[in-house]
Design a protein around this ligand. Sequence first.
Ligand SMILES: NC(=O)c1ccc[n+]([C@@H]2O[C@H](COP(=O)([O-])OP(=O)(O)OC[C@H]3O[C@@H](n4cnc5c(N)ncnc54)[C@H](OP(=O)(O)O)[C@@H]3O)[C@@H](O)[C@H]2O)c1
Length: 338
Amino acid sequence: MNIGIVGATGQVGAVMREILSQRNFPFESIRFFASSRSAGKEIEFQGQSIRVEDAAKAKWDNLDVVLFSAGGQLSKELAPKVASAGAIVIDNSSAWRMDPEVPLVVPEVNAHAINNMPKNIIANPNCTTMVAMPVLKPLHLEAGLRNLIVSTYQATSGAGLSGVQELNQQVSEAGDTAMDLTHDGQAIEFTPGNSFPEPIAFNVVPFCGSLIEDELQETNEERKLRDESRKILEIDDLAVTATCVRVPVYTGHSLAITAGFENHISSQRVEDILREVPAVVLEDVPTPLKSAGVDPTFVGRIRPDTVLENGINLFLSGDNLRKGAALNAIQIAETFLG
Ligand SMILES: NC(=O)c1ccc[n+]([C@@H]2O[C@H](COP(=O)([O-])OP(=O)(O)OC[C@H]3O[C@@H](n4cnc5c(N)ncnc54)[C@H](OP(=O)(O)O)[C@@H]3O)[C@@H](O)[C@H]2O)c1
């Protein structure tokens, strides 16, 4: 097994390297790729020093599995070339997720989808959607999921390394004067960044991604939650409405979900079902800090809802860089290898 990571120097790429080692993923050789900015850099991996290759100039022969984590634009251009050179591409970006010829896979939910991948590309879901899938699938099997009302609390690392740096810079700009914000929200003039439309330090920003100019006026993050949930759960008419919010958290995406079902399901039954799901941990108060650096989705605040028919409320937190990205991609590779 010869594997490659495109975007090996990024946040998700770094977590991929860590998880490959932790899980003793079987491989003979490994290659790392990034842009010309990082080409030539040496990265220590399992006792070897591996030189980062420029993805724009690389030769793609003799690779079996290539994990892509370097943005949608690059994936659109490069993934078909890598796949036609003989590798299976597992792509973390949004480039291929809704392509009908590309399976969108969460192994514990729809592993069977990888049996149909005519392009030799498999897509990894969006990190927010991913947190919810292992939780919602068993509840759907039990009671028939009909609709979802979701508010998200998304970490800055979901916007790449630059998002984390923007939060860091604004927190350090505030320094000891942060308490001034208690009585004057404009007391500190934060340096505007490129990742978020408003200051992210000491704030919440109800705008993730970019606006889709149509009658719904959603962001693309909100649209992804609907489209990807439908594809992964295989419920074409699942009704989903979402508000995606960025919060000043480093890692760990959270979702407040109100789920409506075809049939009645009690909170107790939800707990009993989720207690048996290996990828899920029940927690009285799930938080992103609990989820950062570990694999499962934490679920709590499970209670009846009185707005949707047969409704249940839940709160979820999961690591957007691990299960939300790197771990799931590696689990897809493991599933593919059998
Ligand atoms: N962050 C998350 O929670 C999350 C979750 C799910 C999916 N994803 C997806 O994963 C991808 C990476 O996210 P990230 O958070 O790891 O971003 P990041 O920290 O900003 O890293 C980006 C990586 O892509 C490389 N890259 C950028 N442009 C490139 C190009 N033209 N050619 C080759 N390599 C290029 C960068 O290499 P250099 O070192 O050369 O700049 C770096 O290795 C994105 O597609 C994102 O949507 C992220």
